[in-house]
Design a protein around this ligand. Structure first.
Ligand SMILES: C[S@@+](CC[C@H](N)C(=O)[O-])C[C@H]1O[C@@H](n2cnc3c(N)ncnc32)[C@H](O)[C@@H]1O
Length: 449
C-alpha cells in the first residue's frame, strides 16, 4: 500500500487506500503511521484528503478526491446525506452495508470474545427505505436560519438538520415533517418545543409534542386542527413521561402492530420501546424462535422482554414462557397483550415479571428451571445474566439478540470460555439500513458432557 503526503498549492494533502469503515461510516486509513477517519470514503478506495486538527484524540480528514472508487459505491438517495446524522452509509450499496456489518460482528466476536461461530447464517433483511416506524426529531427556533427547524442532529454536532422529508421513515411519518415546521412556527412558544415523538402503527400514527412552557388555548386549537387534518393521535407532554395526555382524540385508540406469521397484535404507545423496523422484526422473531428449537414442553426465559415482542410469539409454540423486564409501563403492555390475543391463542403458561437484570439478584430466576433463554438486552449487554444466572440453569440453548457487537462479544466470551457453550451460529440483521447500527443474533448451545 502506498499511502503518503502530497503537496498541492498551499495545502498539504494526504493520499491513501481506505482499509476499513468505522462504526459511524467513516473511512479509516493509516498514513505515515497515523490513523485518519475520513467521512464519505469507502473501504478499498484510493483517496486524497485534507487532514484536520486532532479532536478528542482522533485525526480526521476531509475527502478531496477519489482516485479509485469502490464497486459498492452508490449515489446517496437523500439530499440531506452528509449533513444529517441519521444516516451515514447511503453511499454504500445496501448489500455491502450489511456485509460490512457482518464483518464487524465477526471481527468483534473474535477480537473481544475470542470466539468464532460454527456457521454464519444468511443475513436477515427487509426494505431499506420507509422502514422506521419510530422517531424523535428535535425542534429548534433558529431565527438566523429562517425559523423553526425540525429534524435529526447533524453529523458530529448538536445542530439540527432541517428536514422536509426523511426516506428512512415510514412515509406517514415523513409526510408530517414539513407540516410540523409550520405548525410549531405558528404556536405562541415555538422556542419551547424541543422534540416530537412519532410512532406509526398498523392502525394509525401518534405524535407526542414535548413542550417546556404552557400552551395557550389558541395553541391547543391549532394542534387539534393539525391532528384532525392529518388524522393523527396527538398527545401533549409538559413534563416527564407520566405527564403525557391526549389532546385529540380525547380517547385515542391504542396503537398496535401485527405479527401476521403468529396471528398476533401487540399494543404499544408512542414512547414505548418497539423494534423500529416492523418487517425485519417479524423475520428476526421467526429466526430466533427457530434457533431456540422450541417444543411444547420447552420452558423459556425471555429476558429484556419489553412488551412481549418475543414472549407472545414463543408462547404460541411452547407452554411455558416467562418474560422479564425492568420497565413497568412495558410490562403493563405485555399483560394487556396477553388479553388482546387470548381469543386466538391459549396463553396459560405465559408470565411476566419485573426485575432489574443488571444485578446479581438475577439468580432468583433460576427457580423457573428454564431450558431455553432468549436475551435481547440494551447496548450495555447482559453481563449479570451470563455471569450469575446461566451457570445455575445451564440451559440447552441461549439465543442472544444484540444491538452492540462489543457487549455481545464480551458476553459470548463468558458463555464459551467460562461456561463451555458452543457458539453455533451468528446472523447479521438489517434492522437499521443506512445507519452504522449493527443488529445481530447469536445462538449458543450447551456442549455434551
Ligand atoms: C432492545 S430492548 C428489547 C425489548 C423486547 N425484547 C422487544 O423485542 O421489543 C431492551 C429492553 O431491555 C429493557 N431493559 C433495559 N435495562 C434493563 C434492566 N436493567 N433490567 C431489565 N430490563 C431492562 C428495556 O426496557 C427494553 O425493553
Amino acid at each position: 500500500m502506498n499511502n503518503h503526503k502530497h503537496e498541492s498549492g498551499n495545502t498539504s494533502l494526504l493520499r491513501g487506500v481506505v482499509q476499513d469503515l468505522s462504526h459511524d461510516g467513516r473511512g479509516v486509513l493509516k498514513v505515515e503511521g497515523r490513523v485518519y477517519f475520513v467521512p464519505g470514503a469507502l473501504t478499498g478506495e484510493n483517496i486524497t484528503f485534507s487532514p484536520r486538527k486532532r479532536r478528542r484524540g482522533q485525526f480526521s480528514g476531509e475527502l478531496v478526491s477519489i482516485e479509485q472508487s469502490s464497486p459498492d459505491r452508490v449515489s446517496p438517495k437523500c439530499e440531506y446525506f452528509g449533513v444529517c446524522g441519521g444516516c451515514t452509509l447511503q453511499h454504500l450499496s445496501p448489500d455491502a452495508q450489511l456485509a460490512s456489518k457482518e464483518s464487524t460482528l465477526l471481527d468483534t466476536l473474535l477480537k473481544i470474545g475470542r470466539v468464532e461461530p460454527d456457521k454464519v447464517e444468511p443475513r436477515i433483511t427487509g426494505s431499506v427505505w420507509g422502514y422506521r416506524r419510530k422517531a424523535r426529531p428535535g425542534s429548534k427556533l433558529v431565527a438566523k436560519k429562517g425559523g423553526v427547524l425540525v429534524g435529526f442532529r447533524e453529523q458530529g454536532s448538536s445542530y439540527l438538520t432541517s428536514l422536509k422529508h426523511c426516506d428512512t421513515l415510514d412515509p406517514r411519518l415523513s409526510a408530517l415533517l414539513e407540516p410540523l415546521h409550520r405548525l410549531i412556527e405558528s404556536l405562541s412558544i415555538p422556542a419551547k418545543i424541543p422534540q416530537i415523538e412519532m410512532a406509526a402503527a398498523t392502525n394509525g400514527v401518534s405524535l407526542v409534542i414535548r413542550h417546556l412552557d404552557a400552551l395557550i388555548e389558541s395553541d391547543k386549537q391549532k394542534l387539534q386542527i393539525f391532528a384532525e387534518e392529518w388524522s393523527v393521535n396527538l398527545y401533549l407532554q409538559p413534563g416527564g413521561l407520566n405527564s403525557i395526555v391526549p389532546l385529540w382524540p380525547i380517547e385515542p385508540d391504542p396503537l398496535f402492530y401485527v405479527l401476521p406469521h403468529f396471528d398476533l397484535e401487540l399494543q404499544f404507545e408512542a414512547t414505548d420501546f418497539v423494534q423500529v423496523n416492523e418487517r425485519v422484526n417479524e423475520k428476526m422473531i421467526i429466526h430466533a424462535l427457530d434457533a431456540l428449537e422450541l417444543t411444547p414442553d420447552s420452558k423459556l426465559l425471555d429476558l429484556f422482554c419489553g412488551l412481549g415482542n418475543f414472549t407472545l410469539p414463543a408462547a404460541t409454540q411452547c407452554n411455558d414462557a416467562i418474560g422479564v423486564e425492568a420497565d413497568q409501563a412495558l410490562l403493563d403492555k405485555a399483560k394487556m397483550n396477553i388479553q388482546r390475543n387470548c381469543g386466538k391463542h391459549r396463553f396459560n403458561g405465559v408470565q411476566f415479571q419485573k426485575m432489574d437484570l443488571h444485578n446479581d439478584q438475577v439468580t432468583a430466576l433460576a427457580e423457573y428451571a428454564a431450558d431455553r433463554i432468549l436475551l435481547d438486552p440494551p447496548r450495555s449487554g447482559a453481563l449479570d445474566v451470563v455471569t450469575h444466572l446461566v451457570p445455575l440453569l445451564m440451559p440447552e440453548v441461549i439465543v442472544y439478540v444484540s444491538c452492540n457487537p462489543a457487549t455481545l462479544a464480551r458476553d459470548a466470551e463468558i458463555l464459551v470460555h467460562r461456561h463451555g457453550y458452543q457458539l453455533q451460529s451468528a446472523t447479521a440483521i438489517n434492522m437499521f439500513p443506512h445507519t452504522g447500527h449493527v443488529e445481530s443474533m447469536a445462538k449458543f448451545v450447551k456442549r455434551d458432557g
